[in-house]
Design a binder for this molecule. Structure first.
Ligand code: HPA
Length: 258
């Protein structure tokens, strides 16, 4: 079963034929909300709203461990993270859809591993490629199959939030090699890797990052909302294609486990 974590602009999946909702208890506390189970075109999918169904949980307070653990425990064999981002690159404009390939983590103070506590042995994961290669390829192929242009090589920076960045911080991120900036990609991706669940992200550019292009003098939240409203439909279409609505998907949605 494929799981989707929806971020700002995607608090529910309109195309999900809901079968039931379940509050999953975890050793790490409460997930952001009940996990919604259902089918998209007959394919089993689970959905979780990262910020809660009422969009009440800010990025630094999301219980990433509980969310990832709950989806894993309920049988997710792949996780697609949907999130909005700011763009540092002039050629990635508001409304564009991006499937990033790398991450730089600037967050702090978040519970970022399942392996802590007095009884845990120190455990490291390989994170050279933070996103699952095959799951990314499936997203890219799905978008191509339905003619939705996506940028498929971008470096995503996870910042702490909930405030947006200063123009100087964005300049520094650019010097670091960052293309896109968001607040929720970490530690989510690393936690999924710790549990061995393939994880990939699909991002919608909501705005130019602070100090860039039409965000030179500030960022308009009204503009962000309208961009997300208009663009999330395309993300839903990519997900539908990926799970197999047009007969091309794999039955478990992940394509990662052979
Ligand atoms: N910065 C950080 N996170 C974001 C942005 C941004 O400009 N836009 C959407 N999420």
């Amino acid at each position: 079963m494929l799981a989707i974590i929806g971020g700002s602009g995607l608090t529910q999946l309109a195309n999900l034929d809901v079968s039931h909702r379940e509050v999953v208890r975890t050793p790490y506390g409460e997930p952001s909300g009940a996990v919604t189970f259902g089918q998209i075109c007959g394919h089993e999918v689970a959905f979780l709203a990262r910020h809660g169904y009422g969009h009440t949980i800010p990025p630094h307070e999301v219980n990433y461990r509980a969310n990832i653990w709950a989806l894993w425990k309920r049988g997710a064999v792949g996780i697609i993270s949907v999130a909005s981002v700011g763009s540092i690159r002039a050629d990635l404009k508001p409304g564009d859809v991006v499937i990033p390939h790398q991450i730089i983590d600037y967050t702090w103070g978040r519970k970022s591993t399942f392996h802590d506590g007095p009884d845990c042995t120190v455990t490291h994961i390989d994170f050279t490629e933070p996103y699952d290669r095959r799951l990314r390829q499936k997203l890219i192929a799905a978008a191509a199959a339905i003619g939705i242009p996506v940028s498929d090589s971008s470096v995503y920076a996870a910042t702490q939030g909930p405030r947006l960045e200063t123009a100087a911080e964005i300049n520094r991120l650019e010097r670091d090699g960052v293309d896109l900036v968001g607040m929720t990609g970490m530690p989510e991706a690393a936690l999924a890797r710790e549990l061995g669940v393939p994880y990939a992200a699909i991002n919608v550019v909501a705005n130019y990052a602070a100090g860039r292009a039409d965000s030179r003098d500030g960022i308009s939240f009204e503009a962000i909302e309208s961009v997300l409203h208009e663009s999330m439909g395309r993300v839903r279409e990519v997900i539908e294609q990926m799970v197999g609505c047009n007969g091309n998907g794999s039955s478990n949605g992940s394509g990662c486990n052979g």
